[in-house]
Every structure is written in structure tokens, then in C-alpha cells.
Design a protein around this ligand. Structure first.
Ligand SMILES: [Fe+2]
Ligand SMILES: [Fe+2]
Length: 137
């Protein structure tokens, strides 16, 4: 799946993190497809999970800071993704890297990220940008 600039939401920190997660999913899919060695794949999985954790913390901090009303649903979505990432790790470990798992990462997981950015994250960043614009100088 290709990154597309219409996924940029206008909050730099969030945009950078989304792009990094997207690139990591593509990279992980490529090494899985090439059936690369364990060290490479586990290293990428660790890095992806770390980036997802940092990103979730960033969005949670923003939501709390700006009293975002959709915080519960947003957090639920994030847990769902973290669970999916853990499931992919489990499958790679037990089944070994394969074209099937590569397709799942580049297809299902990347699609989930794109839909989440276009839906929930856009709502969140629109709200935050609106609040910042209304703040007194
Ligand atoms: Fe989010
Ligand atoms: Fe996000």
C-alpha cells in the first residue's frame, strides 16, 4: 500500500508518527515476503510495537489535554490495533514468515491504519486544531 499525502492531518507530531508506522508495516511486509531471517523480522516487530506504543501515548496525551469527548472509542480502537499487532507477532513466531502473512500485513493491517487515520484520527485532529485556534493568545 502506498502512503498518500491526503493522510496528513495537519498535526506534525501525529503525521510523522503515522507515516513512520505506515513505512514500518510496508517494510515488515517486504521482509516477510522475502522470508528474511528471524533477527531482522523480530527487530522490525519490536520497533513497530514500540512506535505504535509511542503513538498511542501521544494521541492519549492530546485527547486528555484537550478534553476530547471521543476518548473512549479512540482508545478502544487503539487496543484493537495493538491486539492485531500482537497476533501478527504470534503468527510470525509460530508459522514463520510467509507470503500469506506479508499480504496480511500490507493488506489488512495497513488498510486498518488508513481507515483509522481517515476516520477517527481525522476527527480527533480536527477537534484539537479547532481548540487550539480558539485559544486566547
Ligand atoms: Fe488514533
Ligand atoms: Fe493515529
Amino acid at each position: 500500500m502506498e502512503w498518500c499525502n491526503d493522510l496528513l492531518l495537519g498535526v506534525d507530531e501525529i503525521d510523522r508518527q503515522h507515516k513512520a508506522i505506515f513505512d514500518l508495516l510496508n517494510q515488515l511486509s517486504r521482509v516477510c515476503h522475502a522470508e528474511a531471517g528471524d533477527v531482522v523480522i523480530i527487530g522490525l516487530l519490536d520497533f513497530l510495537e514500540q512506535q505504535v506504543r509511542i503513538h498511542i501515548e501521544t494521541e492519549e496525551r492530546l485527547m486528555i489535554e484537550h478534553s476530547y469527548p471521543g476518548i473512549d472509542e479512540e482508545c478502544r480502537q487503539h487496543w484493537e490495533f495493538a491486539r492485531e499487532a500482537a497476533e501478527i507477532r504470534r503468527r510470525i513466531k509460530t508459522e514463520g514468515p510467509s507470503r500469506l502473512l506479508a499480504a496480511l500485513i500490507a493488506g489488512q493491517m495497513a488498510k486498518w491504519v488508513v481507515e483509522h487515520i481517515r476516520g477517527h484520527d481525522r476527527q480527533l485532529t480536527d477537534f484539537v486544531r479547532g481548540r487550539i485556534a480558539r485559544e486566547p493568545c
